[in-house]
Design a protein around this ligand. Sequence first.
Ligand SMILES: C[S@@+](CC[C@H](N)C(=O)[O-])C[C@H]1O[C@@H](n2cnc3c(N)ncnc32)[C@H](O)[C@@H]1O
Length: 282
Amino acid sequence: MSGPGQSTVGPVLSDAEYRSLCEWVYLQTGMVFDDRRRDVVENRLGARMQQHSGLSVQQYLRRLAVDEREAREFLDLLTVNETYFFRDLPQMTVFRQVLEEMVAERRQVPLGRLRVWSAGCSIGCEPYTLAMCIQEELDRQRVSLEWHVLGTDISPSSLEVAESALYSDREVRDVPPDLLKKYFRRRDTWWEFSHPCKNRVQFRYSNLLRPGREVQGAFDIVFCRNVLIYFDDASRRQVAETLFDLMVPGGYLFLGASESMSRISRAFQLRRVGSGFVYIRP
Ligand SMILES: C[S@@+](CC[C@H](N)C(=O)[O-])C[C@H]1O[C@@H](n2cnc3c(N)ncnc32)[C@H](O)[C@@H]1O
């Protein structure tokens, strides 16, 4: 996980400096920071400034505005990357029901394809979970489809972990034992996601506020869970429009348990699947 040591003490910003830094973070990422998180921001700023010991705070803040690489490194420290495999088991049951339907439909179509996007994928637990579920469903229905899972994030350190596919006991705690055995191998104290279907999962640095060519639709299923909780309604709305444009008609959108489209966008419809709900792009 990204994040500096807890003991780092950050520079103390003036109110005006803090407000302008938060405004910049918001414009870059959509993430909202208010006074309650001021110590976190100052602490992380301190951690990053240790790499640039010759610079004053004002010089460093000016540098952030012009140095994209440094901006990425700093923003990385502000992201919350909490995640684990099979997060929200009831929702994963809904996903499996949706998959069952989709795979059954696609098997009728010559050259059927399935494209899935994990937007805000953190260290990769979500995209690899989706890959396991897809592989299991294809095996169960004895269907061979062209399928891919794309994982995107703005946290370079998280994407590095995702590429390495090495996970702790804590992160795999909800993986059913048969799937743990089939899809992972032990490497020292780590669990490595090592099944050949790993090749179907790709990771890209991409900002949900302005995805570029690294994210090309059209996705059949999108997971954007526990990302928009850190945004305000204006940036949530912007992301909702982006997701809509990058999905196929009839595509499914999964949000986090505490997230909803109701105040944000009327473009998606809520559909009941089993005992849960999922959004559909009409
Ligand atoms: C709490 S994690 C959620 C991970 C996973 N979706 C899950 O639910 O387990 C939120 C992730 O969203 C990413 N994120 C925040 N703002 C983003 C943006 N503007 N574009 C892409 N990813 C973003 C963060 O870097 C972080 O890794």
